[in-house]
Each structure stands twice: as C-alpha cells, then as structure tokens.
Design a binder for this molecule. Structure first.
Ligand code: GAL
Length: 684
C-alpha cells in the first residue's frame, strides 16, 4: 500500500496477525476511498534499525528522537503517553499495574513525528520507549556531579536525551517483520494503519442507540417485564442483551437455549424485535461437552480445558465455519442482532487465575501464548462474515482484541470499573483501531450513576450492563435496594435525569453515525484523542480525560470523584454545546458544573445536526434534524445517509446530506445513490 513500508529481519514467524487476517482485510470494499497517489519517503531510515537474535528471542531497535512522544499499543487503561515506559503486551483481563497487560494490546504505536509502526507478531512482545542507554553512546548526562543521596537525585541522572531508542523484544522467535506507516502526522499514520487493516468499522444505526443488558438470572417472564418497563418508562433502548443464563449450560457454553427458563424462545425473540429491541446474546468460546458443536471441534482443540469446555482452534477456517454455520441458523436467522463474546482474554491477576496456560498446544501448531493474543480477533473474524453473508450489519461486544481490528464492528468492555481508567480507555483505544465502551454497571450514589451515564453516551457504545441487578437502574441505582425491589420514591425525578442523558445520545445519533462513516471511509477514529486534531499542540499529548466526538464536539467528562475540573481547549473559539457560551481556546479553564450539566464544547463555525430523540431506531426510522450552529462565520456539516442496516453502502448506495450556512442562510443538498430518506432537515 502507498505510504506503507515493510522491513523483514531474520526469519519471521509463520503465525502472525497479518498472515492470518490480510486476505480478509483486503477483501473489504472501501467505498468512496480516495486514492492516495502521493510519494512518500520512508519515515524511518532502515540504516538506523539494529536487529539481533539472542537465546531469548529477537531484538530490534528503532531510532527515537529527543522530542518524540509515543502513543498506542492498543487499549491501555493506565497511560496514554508511552515514552519512557516499558510495556509487555500480554492479553489479560485484570491488569494491576501499567505494564502493558490489557484486554486488547496491539503491537502498533504511533509517534508524534507522524509515523506508525506495526510489529507483526502474536507473541508477548516487550517495547521499551527510550528507557535505557547502550554503552558506547555518548550522552549529555544531566545528572548532578557528586554523590547522590536521595532517590529522586539518584534516579534523575536518567534524563538523557541522546542515545535513546525504541527497543522491541519478541520472545521465542528468530525474526521480526515490521510495517512502518507514513503520516504525515499522527492522525495520518493512524488512518493509514486503519485503512491497511480494511477501513474503520461501520455499525448499523441502531447499534449507536442505547444498550441495556438484562439481569443474569432473568427468565422469560422477567425479560418480558423489563421490555414492557423500558417502553412504559419511555427510556430509549435499542439493544436488549441476554447474559449467560439463556443457555442450558454456562460456563462453559452449550449455545443452546434453556427451554425451561425461556419457553418458546423464538416467540420471545420475535416479540423483542417487534417492540424495537435488537436481541443480543452473551457467549464465550469454551465449548461444553453437551454442546452440539463439541464433536466437530474437539479433534483440533487445545490440550487444556477451560471451565470444563474445550478451547476451539479458531485459527482454522474449518472451525470458524462450523461455528458460523451454527450461529447463522440458530441465531441470526431467528432474529439475534449480535453477541457479546466474553472471556476471550484470560486472567492471571485474580485469586483464581483461569484460562489455558501459555505453553498449551493446539494440533494446528499454535501455542497458548499465540492463541491468547489472537483469540479475540479470531472470534470477531469468525462471526462478522455470517452477518455479511445475510447482508445485515451487526454491532457487538468482545472482551479481547488485537492487531488488524479496525473494520470489526466490536466494542471492548471490562469488569474493571475505575472511571478515570474507563475514560482513558476511549482516548488510548483510538490510536490502534479499537473501540471501547466505558460501560455503566452498578453505582454507589446518584452522582456516580449520572456521571457514568453522561460519559457512556459520549462513547462508541452507550452500554448499560445491568447483569447484576433485576430492575433497570433508573428505578433504583443502589444495587442492594435494587435487588430487594425497593424503588426510588422521588416521583420519577431521578429517572427523568437519566432519560435526559439517554435522549442526548439519540439526539446526536446521526452525528455519531456520520463520524463512523468517516471512520469506515478514511480510517479517522470517531472518538479520538485531541492530539489527532491538533498534532502540533504538545499540550494535547498528555490529555487523558478529554476527547473529540466526531470532528466538532470536544467532551470533557466530569466524574463522581470530583466536583470541578480543568479543561484544555485547543486554539480557536469554542462554545458550550448547551448554553452557547463562548471560550477562547489555547488555554485551560476550571469548571464546576452541576450534576446534570455536561462539559461539551462545539468548535467555532460548526453545525451540529441535532435530532428529535427516538425511542429506538426502527429499520424505517426517519430522524427529524435541526442544525445547531456555533460561531458567526459560514459553516457546513455532512451527514451520511443510507439504509442503516445492510452493507449496500459498499456498492455506493448512500447519500451525503450537506447542511451549509453561508451569508445568513441555510441550504440543504443531498447527493448520492440511496433512494430512501433517513433525515428530514428542519431549518430555522
Ligand atoms: C463477565 C462479563 C460481565 C458479565 C458476566 C456474566 O465475564 O465481563 O459483563 O457478562 O461475565 O457472567
């Protein structure tokens, strides 16, 4: 691909993300993609790369300039800037420190100098970004002369700025293959990486509505009660998720409905669909002996069991096909919109570590380490084609992911729950082609639930995971009381506050959908770090608690931990999205908003398309959209319009609806090949 440079050192591994996923990535049609014909010079000089093989594995060093900052490595909940850090990319669901363990580590990083590097490996590679200095390199040691006596002084001598490099160690291999992506800037390199992987994910429109996951112990009557409750309360919800209890056995899984708890489940699923809910099923990949899939998958499974089930080898297309065909006829053809693929990560940091060990073996030749790295991606690549074969888009959850994930319509989530980590997750995921939801579960106070809800609606997936409580949390946020069925007695005040937040999501849905269309077409992440839009502004590099939602809204989440916060607004004028109050950018402000108020800022001379909130996005839903304009100059906004549910947009069946404001008046134009109309534009 233009602007991508591959370097091979030694004898590279045979099982890698690119080798497994390349054909699939290339087969994805990317409509409206502009051919990039520019000439690029290699961003890194190959003469400056050093490679060696040791008894431990292969080592590659790359140059690192004194002013360079590094971002990426997948979902990193504890840090955004990676310079000065050492990280080992191990798939793990409960990291306890900032050492690289993650649900979704990705051996891809991007530099503030405007290039990206993908190390094509399924091994637990370690990255050192400017942490150590080799002997024989002269450095301007800035440490004090004399004998250091306290720890700060002792270790301060490390602040070298010469002789530092990026060191990458890949264990148990004799070679390394890297791909270097040209920029010209941070966003450019990330976009090029995402397009290389097959373009950005394009969810169905309903996938961007509200998600509600029901109580793990709910039965059919309980589900029907909740469905009715949601609609009676007029709380917008699009996706209704079932947790493990829908099956005859979990953990491990049979993938068979439990008819005692869910008699006539097909009828229930039909009812859900009729009421505008898209049913979504929890699963994981460990196959129980009673499962109809067991016999076919057992001969090629790994040599360890997990929760009594086999670990299927999804690196084999035959096995992906076995799963896919079963899912298609038992779930997709019967109205299931998507899945939550849980526990494809594994955990070592809890009291009872679970999953298969790294040295476990699969007959195909993979070991446990490679399988841990690849399992989340293999699951995604197994399932999504089944929807594609039906020409029906899907949006899912997955708990592990990795390299080449950009086109996959899956959103990462976690059992961890620190709100600052959850916000940082949105910022870090965007650098490596991942989507992350700071999902809402239980809370300890009204403030906690409100603040978490505000943030989740400004994220790739507005997910309320109520699997631990029998009643919706707008009835009672206190987990214990919710379990006892004691509802809030405030005349619906709390529920009203939450409804307002849910409705905000629905008002911004066409705007978010259009940001995803841009992701699909150009690779620009819909939710992203400020650094991507202001690469020359170094102040943005370390910001881990603000992000852009689409191109024109900046969101600075408030959390229940604080009553005020500092917000950096980049250069230019900014406007409070709700009040229109103006701020001069290029500086910080201190804000102390009321609990119900959110810090959302619109860019100068932007138009935000604001929709009348729907309860859910029916297949034929039409959004009534009013432009909300900020700043006094001319402005333009472009909406992506298509059927919202199929892949027909890949054949060019979409429109671009342009709302332009110029010289005091608005114009609306619609261009493209989609003959339906999803947006009705209401001009002031
Ligand atoms: C966890 C998952 C939760 C919930 C739970 C059900 O692994 O992260 O969201 O689904 O399983 O058992």
């Amino acid at each position: 691909m233009n602007g991508v440079f591959r370097y091979t050192f030694g004898e590279p591994e045979s099982i890698t993300p690119i080798k497994l996923f390349w054909d699939d990535a290339r087969s994805r049609i990317i409509p409206g993609r502009e051919e990039d014909t520019a000439e690029y010079n290699p961003p890194l000089d190959p003469a400056s790369m050093r490679f060696s093989v040791t008894a431990r594995g292969a080592v590659l060093t790359l140059p690192l300039q004194p002013d360079e900052q590094i971002f990426g490595l997948g979902l990193q909940l504890k840090s955004v800037c990676q310079r000065g850090r050492k990280k080992t990319l191990r798939v793990n669901s409960d990291p306890i420190a900032d050492l690289g363990d993650s649900h979704a580590p990705v051996p891809f990083f991007v530099s503030s100098r405007g290039y990206g590097v993908l190390v094509d490996t399924a091994r637990y590679a370690t990255f050192y970004f400017g942490t150590h200095v080799r002997r024989g390199i002269s450095t301007n040691d800035t440490g004090k002369r004399g004998v250091a006596t306290d720890t700060a002084e002792l270790y301060a001598a490390r602040s070298y700025d010469e002789g530092l490099h990026t060191l990458i160690e890949v264990p148990a291999v004799k070679g390394i293959e890297i791909y270097v992506f040209s920029g010209p800037d941070i966003a450019g390199a990330v976009k090029r990486y995402n397009m290389f992987c097959g373009g950005g994910a394009m969810p169905p429109m309903w996938g961007l509505g509200m998600w509600y996951r029901t109580w793990g112990q709910a039965d059919r009557a309980g589900v029907e009660r909740q469905m009715a409750q949601i609609r009676a309360d007029r709380m917008p919800v699009d996706v209704f998720g079932f947790e493990p209890g829908w099956q005859t056995h979990a953990y491990s899984c049979t993938y068979v409905w439990n008819d005692d708890k869910f008699p006539d489940h097909d009828e229930l699923i039909a009812k859900l669909n009729e009421a505008g809910f898209r049913p979504n099923l929890w699963t994981h990949l460990y196959v129980h002996p009673d499962s109809p899939l067991y016999g076919a998958l057992e001969p090629t499974a790994g040599d360890y069991k997990v929760w009594g089930g086999i670990v299927p080898d999804l690196s084999l297309e035959e096995n992906r096909r076995i799963f896919r065909d079963y899912y298609k006829s038992y779930f997709l053809d019967r109205g299931i919109s998507g899945f939550k693929i849980d526990e494809c990560d594994g955990s070592d940091f809890i009291r009872t570590p679970w999953s298969y060990p790294e040295q476990s073996q699969f007959p195909s030749g993979l070991d446990g380490e490679q399988m841990h790295t690849l399992m989340g991606m293999l699951a995604q690549k197994m399932l999504e084609p089944a929807y594609r074969e039906k020409n029906m888009r899907t949006y899912n959850n997955v708990r592990s992911s990795g390299a080449m994930a950009s086109p996959m319509p899956y959103v990462l989530y976690s059992d961890l729950y620190d709100i600052d980590d959850f916000i940082r997750g949105v910022v870090t995921a965007c650098y490596s082609g991942l989507l992350w939801t700071p999902e809402v579960r239980q809370s300890h106070s009204e403030a906690e639930l409100i603040r978490r809800a505000q943030t989740v609606v400004m994220s790739p997936q507005a997910n309320f995971n109520c699997w631990m409580i029998p009643h919706p949390d707008w009835k009672q946020y206190d987990t214990e009381k919710n379990r006892r069925g004691e509802f809030l007695d405030d005349g619906g005040v709390f529920e009203g506050k939450l409804r307002k937040i849910f409705e905000l999501r629905m008002m911004l849905l066409p705007y978010f959908y259009s940001a995803f269309a841009e992701y699909m077409r150009t690779g620009l992440p819909p939710f992203r770090a400020l650094t991507m839009d202001w690469p020359a502004d170094r102040e943005t590099y370390a910001i881990e608690d603000e992000y852009m939602c689409g191109s024109d809204l900046l969101y600075a989440p408030m959390t229940h931990k604080r009553s005020s916060r500092s917000v950096y607004l980049p250069a230019g004028k900014w406007y409070n999205f709700f009040t229109g109050e103006e701020y001069e950018g290029g500086r910080r402000y201190e804000f102390a908003p009321e609990l119900e108020d959110m810090l959302i800022f619109a860019r100068e001379n932007s138009i935000i398309p604001v929709a009348e909130p729907l309860q859910y996005v029916a297949d034929d839903a039409v959004f009534k959209i009013s432009p909300k304009k900020f700043g006094c100059g001319d402005a333009v906004c472009r909406l992506f319009e298509d059927d919202g549910i199929t892949y027909d947009y890949e054949r060019g069946e979409y429109n671009i609806v342009t709302i332009a404001y110029s010289g005091g008046s608005y114009t609306v134009t619609r261009e493209g090949n989609y003959d339906g109309k999803r947006y009705e534009i209401i001009l002031p």
